[in-house]
Design a protein around this ligand. Sequence first.
Ligand SMILES: C[S@@+](CC[C@H](N)C(=O)[O-])C[C@H]1O[C@@H](n2cnc3c(N)ncnc32)[C@H](O)[C@@H]1O
Length: 256
Amino acid sequence: MPDTNNVTAPRLPRDMSAEESRALQPGDLHYRAYVGPPDRFDFMGATQFALLFALGLREDARLLDVGCGSLRAGRLLIPYLLPNRYFGIDPNAWLIDDAIERELGRDAVAIKQPRFAYHRDFACDVFGTQFDFIVAQSMLTHCGIDLATRLLSEMAKSLAPGGKIVFSILRQDDSAERTERCGWVYPDCVLYSDAHIADLCAAQGLHCRRLAWFHPGASWYLARHAGDPLPPEAELALLTGAVLFDPQFAASRPVT
Ligand SMILES: C[S@@+](CC[C@H](N)C(=O)[O-])C[C@H]1O[C@@H](n2cnc3c(N)ncnc32)[C@H](O)[C@@H]1O
């Protein structure tokens, strides 16, 4: 007879601690792994916050986080912003629940009153408000052309006058064939060129600029209503996102 007293049930990934989760693969069912490499969970939240802050985010702004996932950015943005200023959309409610339970805490939710919606049709008007900032990090990277068009259209419609949209894409050369993939592609990715993104933005009344802000695997863009100015080159040059001392992000620093 086997000694069943000594048998421990295998840990489900979702129950693993933050430190244990570092051994998981991107896409695994843990709030820190599902949204990307778990050893970059902290970095990807902090760099979003730092970029938004550098682009003028202040505590009284209304911010929409499309595909907010496990609040990588939200766990920093929610305490920073005034009450009722953070809005998140993500169909995977478990990511938001686990992030509140294990990172943010219910007190922060009670005090700051973030609002969440759980639909998957990219509708950005569900909260009945317009936004000064909209961030969609690692969203267009998984959107086929139909969803990319829809997402940009929805974000443009819910962007307040003078507002800013910040998103990331995986880039391909302008000479490469434009994607014909459709739907949500995850954890696989869809590539867009600068020219293709500029055309997709223009179709929604937006203009955009690629930012030099460091991203470990993708490229950042800033988009605004066509009538709102993009920063001049001298100001864009201030947006580097460089990180000192950390060997994992040495590529963020100029080669000396
Ligand atoms: C790569 S993760 C990025 C999460 C987050 N933006 C971040 O940087 O941590 C992609 C996210 O998109 C969410 N997602 C998938 N389909 C979606 C949809 N139709 N609308 C909104 N979010 C969606 C996933 O649940 C996941 O949280």
